[in-house]
Design a protein around this ligand. Structure first.
Ligand code: BG6
Ligand code: MG
Length: 225
């Protein structure tokens, strides 16, 4: 096999630049409970569900809250977040994404979304990509948060391919682990130090093309794009 049958894209931080909006909203919650929180700590929340993210913030301050209280925090966090992202437009699509999607379509490689976000449908609509993906698996359809591979395994199954026939594109430590534990190749988007479990790490999708995918599948040594 020299090319994958499908690419499964994470959404936040791979297709759209929602990471700062998530950070702003979580920071507001962390401030409210009096827990120090910065962008480095935010790395641990990427790919993680709303509920588990709030639990993580509370655990940083050894704070105990009931599930109902945690749920109330996540609802407030989400309303801050949704306020920010509701003004997103196609200009918020990250560099290289549209060209890469066009390349995949031209080469008959299926594309899917595998995201923990329950806001996926709204975000895809805002940026004009709601009719583009063959399969969308999001936070509304999964029971286990990344690093559990459920979201990507569901995506592969609904596409009709084996995990090993799929490449995942991910910006989160938890998402890279989910892809690898699910038996998929993984292109990390971000820092090689942070995403050390990925098969290869790129800054963005600008230089990811068909030759890049071929090299990934023929196990040639890859250098950072
Ligand atoms: C992931 C983000 O894609 O979705 C996380 O990386 C976020 O930061 C998670 O917590 C859940 O998103 P939402 O939109 O359902 O709160
Ligand atoms: Mg992400």
């Amino acid at each position: 096999m020299s090319l994958p049958k499908a690419c499964i894209f994470d959404l936040d931080g791979v297709i759209v630049d929602t990471v700062p909006a998530h950070y702003t909203a979580w920071k507001a919650m962390a401030d409210e409970v009096g827990v120090p929180f910065d962008e480095k700590e935010n790395e641990n929340l990427k790919g993680v569900s709303r509920f588990d993210s709030m639990k993580h913030i509370l655990s940083l301050g050894n704070i105990e809250k009931s599930d109902e209280e945690i749920q109330a925090y996540t609802e407030r966090k989400n309303s801050i977040y949704v306020d920010i992202i509701s003004s997103m437009t196609p200009s918020d699509i990250l560099p290289g994404v549209i060209d890469f999607i066009d390349t995949l379509e031209a080469n008959d490689i299926a594309i899917a979304i595998g995201s923990a976000s329950k806001n996926t449908p709204q975000i895809l609509k805002c940026v004009g990509l709601d009719k583009v993906f063959k399969v969308i698996v999001d936070g509304n359809q999964i029971t286990k948060s990344k690093p559990n591979p459920e979201v990507f395994l569901k995506g592969a199954e609904r596409l009709g391919f084996q995990p090993k026939e799929c490449v995942v594109l991910e910006d989160a430590i938890s998402g890279v682990k989910a892809a690898k534990d699910g038996g998929m190749k993984c292109i990390g988007v971000g820092s090689p130090e942070v995403l050390s479990q990925a098969d290869i790490v790129v800054d963005d999708l600008t230089n990811v093309d068909i030759d890049f995918l071929k090299a990934l599948y023929s196990n040639e040594e890859l250098h950072q794009a």
